[in-house]
Write a protein that binds this ligand. Sequence first.
Ligand code: SAH
Ligand code: SF4
Ligand code: F3S
Length: 476
Amino acid sequence: MSERAQTTVLNATEAQIQSRIIEELKAEFDKEFAQTGKQKKMCITTFGCQMNAHDSEKLEGILEQIGYEKTDDENEADFVLYNTCTVRENANLKVYGRLGHLNKLKQNKPSLVIALCGCMMQEDTVIAKIKKSYRFVDIIFGTHNIYKLAELIKTRRESGRMVIDIWKEQKEIVEDLPSDRKYKFKACVNIMYGCNNFCSYCIVPYVRGRERSRKPEDIINEIKRLVEDGVVEITLLGQNVNSYGKNLQDSMSFANLLQEVEKVEGLERIRFMTSHPKDLSDDLIEVFKNSKKICSHIHLPFQSGSTRILNLMNRKYTKDDYLELVRKIKAARPDVTLTTDIIVGFPGETDEDFEHTLDVVKQVKYNSAYTFIYSKRTGTPAALMDDQVSDEIIKVRFNKLHDTIQEIGSNITDKEVGGTYKVLIEEVNEKDNSLVSGRLENNLVVHLKGTKDLIGKIINVKIVEAKGFYFFGELA
Ligand code: SAH
Ligand code: SF4
Ligand code: F3S
């Protein structure tokens, strides 16, 4: 087990069952190692969002405890796991593409174990396709039972057959999974799972299930443990963090949770994502205003600037609501930077609708934005809407949007030159070892001269040059 592998608090029974299986497998692996002298290797590829990335840390933690060593090279792996995403069709196609390559690998190395999990696996059509055309896959599981990975590996070893275990809903939140965190000094913490919003284009509620909040004490305890372990920055994760706590027995708002997190001694920075504009309350803005630890950055997807399209998207706010919300946030923290998600080419989007999207971009002035071409997801209401926009029109709009965002973003970053900011140093620069790279509160990256002993420290950096969406700086 690596030094970074750690165990967080467990739901007693399930956690105990799984850790017993992990021990059994470990004993078998040790025996095999004694015979072959070869340490088994695992390679995990994660597609999609932070939720998946965070799940992968837990999956990696389990595999490490079993005795797998990490490798980035699929070709030398004994266990390959794809944690999949299905938010847009592209994400799906990538997985099928890579499976072709895995098939060849497995022909040369029949002992290779191939496992698929994540959001794509929650779709019946995907499972049917894999069962029919990708028979060489060994283990398939979904988003609700990742904690069972060891048990699934055991079943596969004993049965020799393809093991499929997909749950429609999560039965309980299992609190204790081993986890192999990528960074020693920063970590993500799930505060809730699933989504109840059913935006008409989005498949996430179907593959991640209904909204479930973790208990505040579980969240705070996990954060305390992480801080004891050296973490200074926490990102609270949920599809819609602003509706945190609604389903808890003793209901609690996200604003209240943030106040509790703020009290954790030793924690220096708090981030959260994602915020749905419809649920971002005045209370939250007040907490944000007065906080010493919440970073001055909010990711606030607006998807479209047209109230007509927002209505069709089932987003439950208008263009004016959104702009008013931004005004309040900026009034509370004038230094705030905003980022967003935008969809281009939602069914029925006209030039006029698109102009409203450009207008929001120009008025809000985002530091950066993720722009997506609308992708039809079977099973969502939007997939049945008439008037799908042509590829040519989408391309023109997408490029125009992209250029506008770039221009505004780089104008904003130019203004930061000369300023001094607190930066959390994250790593030695890969391309130039004399540099280290870190993040400002607004999440932008800065490179400066420095050595690895700065990693994990928050230091003052003077910005000397802006390069569009990143900076060069020097110790202040
Ligand atoms: N829960 C988050 C986002 C989850 S998905 C939120 O509500 O903001 C991340 C982003 O993917 C979304 O914000 C949206 O912009 C994009 N997205 C989701 N479904 C999509 C689809 N069918 N086509 C294109 N983009 C999509
Ligand atoms: Fe999808 Fe909307 Fe839920 Fe975000 S809030 S995950 S876009 S349904
Ligand atoms: Fe993709 Fe699932 Fe996230 S569909 S965007 S990995 S919640």
